[in-house]
Design a protein around this ligand. Structure first.
Ligand code: SF4
Length: 211
């Protein structure tokens, strides 16, 4: 990252000094899936990460895969993706207690793997979560999630899908940039926050403030 970007990023995150980022509580995977071996990521992961945040929240956010959760000493660690996600949520006025964050892939990749196979293998886990949790609104981050959710769409990219509402398993879904893309390119923050504000409006229209 060049010095200008580093400076911009520092200023951006310094504005959050009064509102420290938090490590959201992790939700354990259902017992039957804690040892899932449906794809080769089972040989790379430390554990299956089902999701984090409020497990009863009706606002479900979907990232591509879990990031680092512990540092080398085993202490809880807030990765850049989750930090930028929380920055966006706060800028949009969405309380972190109101969201449940999950992943397209429930295992953290540590090295190269067959991506299409892993995404196909893990999608049923996300579909199971939707059936169990019945969220009222879904929101995906980044092209990988968009492509996996809409494999039949020719241009299933964030650029094509953001700004409009679509449907997945009967639930409204929209998309924005991946938090890491926003972190690398601070000029995307404006669009990121704009999309999250639209999410807030949609969610408010479909549920009570505590759901
Ligand atoms: S990524 Fe998903 S399908 Fe693959 S092993 Fe992990 S939980 Fe199972």
């Amino acid at each position: 990252m060049n010095s200008l970007r580093a400076k911009e990023r520092k200023e951006l995150y310094d504005t959050e000094m009064d509102h420290p980022f938090v490590i959201l509580p992790e939700e354990q995977a259902p017992e039957a899936l804690q040892h899932c071996e449906c794809c080769e990521l089972s040989k790379q992961r430390t554990r299956v990460i089902w999701g984090e945040g409020n497990p009863k929240a009706k606002l479900m956010l979907i990232l591509d895969n879990p990031g680092a959760r512990e540092d080398r000493e085993g202490n809880s660690f807030l990765c850049g993706t989750r930090e930028t996600l929380q920055l966006g949520l706060r800028e949009a006025g969405i309380d972190t207690n109101s969201v449940y964050v999950t992943y397209l892939l429930k295992c953290r990749p540590m090295r190269a793997y067959n991506k299409p196979e892993a995404r196909t293998a893990c999608l049923p886990h996300l579909q199971l979560q939707l059936l169990q949790k019945q969220p009222s609104v879904l929101f995906g981050f980044g092209n990988v999630v968009a492509e996996a959710i809409f494999p039949q769409k020719e241009n299933a990219s964030v650029k094509e899908l953001r700004g409009n509402w679509h449907e997945f398993q009967g639930i409204p879904i929209s998309f924005t940039y991946h938090p890491l893309a926003v972190r690398r390119r601070p000029n995307l923050l404006r669009f990121f926050v704009e999309d999250l504000k639209a999410l807030k409006e949609k969610w408010k229209g479909r549920s009570t403030p505590h759901t």
